[in-house]
Design a protein around this ligand. Structure first.
Ligand SMILES: Nc1ncnc2c1ncn2[C@@H]1O[C@H](COP(=O)(O)OP(=O)(O)OP(=O)(O)O)[C@@H](O)[C@H]1O
Ligand SMILES: [Mg+2]
Length: 310
Protein backbone atom coordinates (compact mmCIF):
# COMPACT_ATOMS: atom_id res chain seq x y z
CA UNK A 1 0.00 0.00 0.00
CA UNK A 2 1.13 3.56 -0.71
CA UNK A 3 0.78 5.88 2.30
CA UNK A 4 1.06 9.65 2.11
CA UNK A 5 1.76 11.73 5.20
CA UNK A 6 0.66 15.37 5.46
CA UNK A 7 1.59 16.75 8.86
CA UNK A 8 0.14 20.20 8.17
CA UNK A 9 -2.91 19.75 5.91
CA UNK A 10 -5.29 22.61 5.19
CA UNK A 11 -8.79 23.26 4.07
CA UNK A 12 -8.19 25.41 1.01
CA UNK A 13 -10.82 28.06 0.27
CA UNK A 14 -10.70 29.87 -3.07
CA UNK A 15 -12.69 33.10 -3.09
CA UNK A 16 -13.48 34.60 -6.48
CA UNK A 17 -13.89 38.38 -6.27
CA UNK A 18 -14.67 41.13 -8.75
CA UNK A 19 -12.04 43.39 -7.25
CA UNK A 20 -9.74 43.36 -4.24
CA UNK A 21 -9.07 46.63 -2.44
CA UNK A 22 -7.92 47.49 1.07
CA UNK A 23 -10.22 49.82 3.08
CA UNK A 24 -13.21 48.63 1.03
CA UNK A 25 -15.75 45.80 1.21
CA UNK A 26 -14.85 43.15 -1.34
CA UNK A 27 -17.77 40.95 -2.33
CA UNK A 28 -17.17 37.28 -2.88
CA UNK A 29 -18.88 36.07 -6.06
CA UNK A 30 -18.04 32.39 -5.77
CA UNK A 31 -16.35 30.15 -3.25
CA UNK A 32 -14.62 26.79 -3.76
CA UNK A 33 -13.34 24.49 -1.01
CA UNK A 34 -10.80 21.67 -1.30
CA UNK A 35 -8.81 19.35 0.93
CA UNK A 36 -5.27 20.74 0.64
CA UNK A 37 -1.78 19.73 1.60
CA UNK A 38 1.15 18.31 -0.32
CA UNK A 39 0.84 14.64 0.71
CA UNK A 40 -2.91 14.87 0.18
CA UNK A 41 -2.23 16.18 -3.36
CA UNK A 42 -0.14 13.05 -4.00
CA UNK A 43 -3.04 10.85 -2.84
CA UNK A 44 -5.50 12.79 -5.01
CA UNK A 45 -3.35 12.43 -8.14
CA UNK A 46 -2.78 8.70 -7.47
CA UNK A 47 -6.56 8.39 -7.17
CA UNK A 48 -7.03 10.24 -10.49
CA UNK A 49 -4.58 7.81 -12.13
CA UNK A 50 -6.52 4.89 -10.67
CA UNK A 51 -4.13 3.86 -7.87
CA UNK A 52 -5.14 3.38 -4.26
CA UNK A 53 -3.37 5.09 -1.35
CA UNK A 54 -4.09 5.98 2.26
CA UNK A 55 -3.69 9.58 3.46
CA UNK A 56 -2.22 10.03 6.95
CA UNK A 57 -1.69 13.16 9.02
CA UNK A 58 -3.34 15.33 11.64
CA UNK A 59 -6.83 16.84 11.46
CA UNK A 60 -8.76 18.80 14.08
CA UNK A 61 -12.12 20.50 14.62
CA UNK A 62 -14.95 20.94 12.11
CA UNK A 63 -12.56 22.12 9.40
CA UNK A 64 -10.52 18.94 9.86
CA UNK A 65 -13.70 16.89 9.63
CA UNK A 66 -14.68 18.70 6.45
CA UNK A 67 -11.23 18.03 4.98
CA UNK A 68 -11.55 14.32 5.75
CA UNK A 69 -15.12 14.17 4.41
CA UNK A 70 -14.10 15.86 1.18
CA UNK A 71 -11.32 13.29 0.65
CA UNK A 72 -13.69 10.40 1.39
CA UNK A 73 -16.16 11.82 -1.15
CA UNK A 74 -13.39 11.76 -3.75
CA UNK A 75 -12.81 8.08 -2.99
CA UNK A 76 -9.57 8.58 -1.05
CA UNK A 77 -8.89 6.45 2.03
CA UNK A 78 -7.84 8.40 5.12
CA UNK A 79 -6.50 7.42 8.52
CA UNK A 80 -5.90 10.75 10.26
CA UNK A 81 -4.99 11.35 13.90
CA UNK A 82 -7.52 13.67 15.52
CA UNK A 83 -6.01 16.65 17.33
CA UNK A 84 -7.33 19.19 19.84
CA UNK A 85 -6.67 22.34 17.78
CA UNK A 86 -8.43 23.21 14.53
CA UNK A 87 -7.04 22.34 11.06
CA UNK A 88 -5.81 25.49 9.30
CA UNK A 89 -7.56 27.23 6.45
CA UNK A 90 -5.56 28.62 3.53
CA UNK A 91 -7.34 31.34 1.60
CA UNK A 92 -6.74 31.90 -2.11
CA UNK A 93 -8.25 35.10 -3.53
CA UNK A 94 -8.70 35.27 -7.28
CA UNK A 95 -9.92 38.16 -9.40
CA UNK A 96 -12.82 37.08 -11.58
CA UNK A 97 -11.25 38.66 -14.64
CA UNK A 98 -7.57 39.08 -15.35
CA UNK A 99 -6.49 35.94 -13.51
CA UNK A 100 -4.67 37.83 -10.68
CA UNK A 101 -4.47 35.96 -7.39
CA UNK A 102 -3.01 36.12 -3.94
CA UNK A 103 -3.09 33.73 -1.01
CA UNK A 104 -2.94 33.68 2.76
CA UNK A 105 -1.35 30.67 4.45
CA UNK A 106 -1.99 29.96 8.11
CA UNK A 107 0.73 28.46 10.30
CA UNK A 108 -1.36 25.52 11.35
CA UNK A 109 -2.47 24.01 14.67
CA UNK A 110 0.03 23.14 17.40
CA UNK A 111 0.59 19.40 17.67
CA UNK A 112 0.95 18.16 21.24
CA UNK A 113 3.52 15.48 22.17
CA UNK A 114 0.75 12.97 22.89
CA UNK A 115 -0.84 13.56 19.46
CA UNK A 116 2.55 12.97 17.85
CA UNK A 117 2.92 9.75 19.84
CA UNK A 118 -0.47 8.53 18.52
CA UNK A 119 0.70 9.16 14.94
CA UNK A 120 4.09 7.53 15.54
CA UNK A 121 2.50 4.36 16.93
CA UNK A 122 0.01 4.27 14.04
CA UNK A 123 2.87 4.56 11.53
CA UNK A 124 4.80 1.80 13.33
CA UNK A 125 1.88 -0.61 12.94
CA UNK A 126 0.44 0.23 9.52
CA UNK A 127 -1.89 -2.40 8.06
CA UNK A 128 -1.77 -3.25 5.17
CA UNK A 129 1.99 -2.92 5.27
CA UNK A 130 3.46 0.00 3.32
CA UNK A 131 5.33 -0.31 0.00
CA UNK A 132 5.83 3.48 -0.24
CA UNK A 133 5.70 6.14 2.46
CA UNK A 134 5.44 9.64 0.99
CA UNK A 135 6.18 12.60 3.26
CA UNK A 136 5.46 16.03 1.84
CA UNK A 137 5.29 19.60 2.96
CA UNK A 138 6.01 21.88 5.88
CA UNK A 139 5.78 21.07 9.58
CA UNK A 140 3.11 22.46 11.92
CA UNK A 141 4.13 24.14 15.19
CA UNK A 142 5.07 21.75 17.95
CA UNK A 143 7.01 19.21 15.89
CA UNK A 144 10.79 18.84 15.85
CA UNK A 145 12.46 19.45 12.49
CA UNK A 146 14.01 16.00 12.89
CA UNK A 147 10.62 14.32 12.45
CA UNK A 148 11.03 13.30 8.79
CA UNK A 149 14.45 11.80 9.60
CA UNK A 150 12.88 9.77 12.42
CA UNK A 151 10.14 8.42 10.14
CA UNK A 152 12.75 7.58 7.47
CA UNK A 153 14.73 5.48 9.99
CA UNK A 154 11.56 3.71 11.04
CA UNK A 155 10.53 2.94 7.45
CA UNK A 156 13.98 2.02 6.14
CA UNK A 157 14.32 -0.64 8.85
CA UNK A 158 11.13 -2.18 7.44
CA UNK A 159 12.26 -2.05 3.79
CA UNK A 160 9.73 0.64 2.83
CA UNK A 161 10.54 3.09 0.02
CA UNK A 162 10.35 6.63 1.44
CA UNK A 163 9.71 9.60 -0.86
CA UNK A 164 10.58 12.88 0.85
CA UNK A 165 9.40 16.19 -0.67
CA UNK A 166 10.06 19.04 1.72
CA UNK A 167 12.20 22.13 2.19
CA UNK A 168 14.70 23.75 4.58
CA UNK A 169 15.95 21.99 7.72
CA UNK A 170 13.37 19.13 7.70
CA UNK A 171 14.58 18.25 4.17
CA UNK A 172 18.26 18.62 5.14
CA UNK A 173 17.90 16.38 8.18
CA UNK A 174 15.70 13.95 6.22
CA UNK A 175 18.40 13.60 3.57
CA UNK A 176 20.94 12.61 6.24
CA UNK A 177 18.61 9.69 7.09
CA UNK A 178 18.76 8.60 3.38
CA UNK A 179 15.25 8.39 1.91
CA UNK A 180 14.64 6.30 -1.24
CA UNK A 181 13.71 9.33 -3.37
CA UNK A 182 13.53 13.14 -3.15
CA UNK A 183 12.16 15.80 -5.52
CA UNK A 184 13.42 19.25 -4.65
CA UNK A 185 12.74 22.10 -7.07
CA UNK A 186 15.67 24.37 -7.92
CA UNK A 187 14.96 26.82 -5.08
CA UNK A 188 14.78 24.02 -2.52
CA UNK A 189 18.01 22.54 -3.90
CA UNK A 190 19.75 25.93 -3.64
CA UNK A 191 18.61 26.30 -0.03
CA UNK A 192 19.97 22.81 0.62
CA UNK A 193 23.31 23.73 -0.88
CA UNK A 194 23.30 27.21 0.68
CA UNK A 195 24.40 28.72 -2.64
CA UNK A 196 22.95 29.60 -6.05
CA UNK A 197 23.75 27.36 -9.01
CA UNK A 198 25.53 29.01 -11.91
CA UNK A 199 24.73 26.39 -14.54
CA UNK A 200 23.21 22.95 -15.17
CA UNK A 201 26.55 21.24 -14.62
CA UNK A 202 26.61 22.45 -11.00
CA UNK A 203 23.04 21.28 -10.47
CA UNK A 204 23.81 17.80 -11.79
CA UNK A 205 27.03 17.50 -9.82
CA UNK A 206 25.26 18.50 -6.56
CA UNK A 207 22.44 16.02 -7.33
CA UNK A 208 25.00 13.26 -7.89
CA UNK A 209 26.52 13.96 -4.47
CA UNK A 210 23.09 13.23 -2.98
CA UNK A 211 22.95 9.95 -4.95
CA UNK A 212 26.39 9.09 -3.53
CA UNK A 213 24.91 9.39 -0.02
CA UNK A 214 22.65 6.44 -0.91
CA UNK A 215 19.46 8.16 -2.15
CA UNK A 216 18.27 5.92 -4.99
CA UNK A 217 16.45 8.58 -7.05
CA UNK A 218 17.19 12.30 -6.92
CA UNK A 219 14.58 14.12 -9.02
CA UNK A 220 15.15 17.83 -9.55
CA UNK A 221 12.15 19.71 -10.91
CA UNK A 222 12.67 22.86 -12.93
CA UNK A 223 9.11 24.07 -13.71
CA UNK A 224 8.57 24.49 -17.49
CA UNK A 225 12.12 23.23 -18.16
CA UNK A 226 11.14 19.75 -16.96
CA UNK A 227 12.98 17.48 -14.57
CA UNK A 228 16.29 15.72 -13.95
CA UNK A 229 16.55 12.15 -12.69
CA UNK A 230 19.84 11.15 -11.13
CA UNK A 231 20.53 7.66 -9.84
CA UNK A 232 23.39 5.14 -9.70
CA UNK A 233 22.86 4.00 -13.25
CA UNK A 234 21.02 6.84 -15.00
CA UNK A 235 21.35 10.60 -15.46
CA UNK A 236 18.37 11.82 -17.45
CA UNK A 237 16.52 15.00 -18.27
CA UNK A 238 12.89 15.04 -19.35
CA UNK A 239 11.37 18.01 -21.15
CA UNK A 240 7.62 18.65 -21.41
CA UNK A 241 5.94 20.22 -24.44
CA UNK A 242 5.11 23.92 -24.34
CA UNK A 243 1.61 24.38 -22.91
CA UNK A 244 -0.79 27.19 -22.04
CA UNK A 245 -0.26 27.44 -18.29
CA UNK A 246 -3.20 28.30 -16.00
CA UNK A 247 -1.63 27.58 -12.59
CA UNK A 248 1.29 25.34 -11.71
CA UNK A 249 0.38 25.10 -8.00
CA UNK A 250 0.67 21.44 -7.03
CA UNK A 251 2.66 20.50 -10.16
CA UNK A 252 5.49 19.14 -8.03
CA UNK A 253 3.13 17.04 -5.92
CA UNK A 254 1.52 15.65 -9.08
CA UNK A 255 4.96 14.66 -10.40
CA UNK A 256 5.73 12.78 -7.18
CA UNK A 257 2.49 10.81 -7.68
CA UNK A 258 3.27 10.22 -11.37
CA UNK A 259 6.74 8.88 -10.60
CA UNK A 260 5.47 6.47 -7.92
CA UNK A 261 2.57 5.33 -10.13
CA UNK A 262 4.96 4.49 -12.99
CA UNK A 263 7.46 2.81 -10.63
CA UNK A 264 4.67 0.60 -9.27
CA UNK A 265 3.86 -0.37 -12.89
CA UNK A 266 7.52 -1.46 -13.16
CA UNK A 267 8.36 1.12 -15.83
CA UNK A 268 11.98 2.08 -16.64
CA UNK A 269 13.52 5.11 -14.88
CA UNK A 270 13.13 7.11 -18.12
CA UNK A 271 9.43 6.29 -18.35
CA UNK A 272 8.91 7.01 -14.62
CA UNK A 273 10.50 10.43 -15.24
CA UNK A 274 8.25 11.02 -18.25
CA UNK A 275 5.17 10.17 -16.20
CA UNK A 276 6.41 12.55 -13.47
CA UNK A 277 6.68 15.52 -15.83
CA UNK A 278 3.48 14.64 -17.68
CA UNK A 279 1.50 14.78 -14.40
CA UNK A 280 3.25 18.05 -13.44
CA UNK A 281 2.63 19.71 -16.79
CA UNK A 282 -0.99 18.46 -16.89
CA UNK A 283 -1.45 20.12 -13.47
CA UNK A 284 -0.18 23.41 -14.90
CA UNK A 285 -3.13 23.29 -17.35
CA UNK A 286 -5.73 23.41 -14.58
CA UNK A 287 -6.73 26.63 -12.72
CA UNK A 288 -5.88 27.49 -9.10
CA UNK A 289 -5.02 24.59 -6.84
CA UNK A 290 -6.71 22.00 -9.11
CA UNK A 291 -4.52 19.01 -9.99
CA UNK A 292 -4.04 17.05 -13.23
CA UNK A 293 -6.67 15.20 -15.26
CA UNK A 294 -5.85 11.70 -16.45
CA UNK A 295 -6.86 12.52 -20.03
CA UNK A 296 -4.40 15.45 -20.15
CA UNK A 297 -1.62 13.27 -18.71
CA UNK A 298 -2.19 10.64 -21.43
CA UNK A 299 -2.09 13.30 -24.14
CA UNK A 300 0.94 15.17 -22.79
CA UNK A 301 3.13 12.14 -22.06
CA UNK A 302 3.28 11.39 -25.78
CA UNK A 303 4.97 14.75 -26.31
CA UNK A 304 7.51 14.49 -23.44
CA UNK A 305 11.13 13.85 -24.37
CA UNK A 306 13.87 12.16 -22.32
CA UNK A 307 17.59 12.47 -22.98
CA UNK A 308 20.81 11.49 -21.21
CA UNK A 309 22.73 14.22 -19.42
CA UNK A 310 26.28 14.14 -18.13
N1 LIG B 1 4.94 26.44 -16.25
C1 LIG B 1 5.01 25.13 -16.51
N2 LIG B 1 4.87 24.67 -17.79
C2 LIG B 1 4.95 23.36 -18.08
N3 LIG B 1 5.18 22.41 -17.16
C3 LIG B 1 5.31 22.79 -15.87
C4 LIG B 1 5.24 24.17 -15.47
N4 LIG B 1 5.43 24.27 -14.14
C5 LIG B 1 5.61 22.98 -13.71
N5 LIG B 1 5.56 22.10 -14.73
C6 LIG B 1 5.74 20.64 -14.69
O1 LIG B 1 5.60 20.15 -13.36
C7 LIG B 1 6.84 19.63 -12.88
C8 LIG B 1 7.06 20.04 -11.43
O2 LIG B 1 7.00 21.43 -11.37
P1 LIG B 1 7.80 22.39 -10.38
O3 LIG B 1 9.24 22.34 -10.67
O4 LIG B 1 7.13 23.72 -10.53
O5 LIG B 1 7.51 21.74 -8.97
P2 LIG B 1 7.34 22.41 -7.53
O6 LIG B 1 8.06 23.71 -7.50
O7 LIG B 1 7.70 21.40 -6.53
O8 LIG B 1 5.76 22.65 -7.48
P3 LIG B 1 4.75 22.64 -6.19
O9 LIG B 1 5.59 22.64 -4.96
O10 LIG B 1 3.91 23.88 -6.38
O11 LIG B 1 3.91 21.43 -6.33
C9 LIG B 1 7.90 20.14 -13.85
O12 LIG B 1 8.99 19.26 -13.93
C10 LIG B 1 7.14 20.25 -15.15
O13 LIG B 1 7.05 19.00 -15.81
MG1 LIG C 1 7.20 21.20 -4.51
Amino acid sequence: MIYTLTLNPALDRTLIVEHLKFEDANRVKKELRFAGGKGIDVSRVLNELGHESIALGFVGGYDGMELEGRLLNEGINCDFVKIAEETRINVFIEKERGGKRTSLHAKGPRISPSELAVLYNKVKNLQPSPSWFVMSGSLPPGLSDNIYAQFIHLMRDRGVKVFLDSDGIPLKKGIEAVPFAIKPNLFELERLKGKKFRNNKEIISFGKKLVAKGIKFVLISMAEEGMLLLSDDASLKATPPEVKVKSSIGAGDASVAGFIYAYEKKMSPGDCLKMAIACGTATALTPGTALCKKEDVKRIIKKCKVADVE
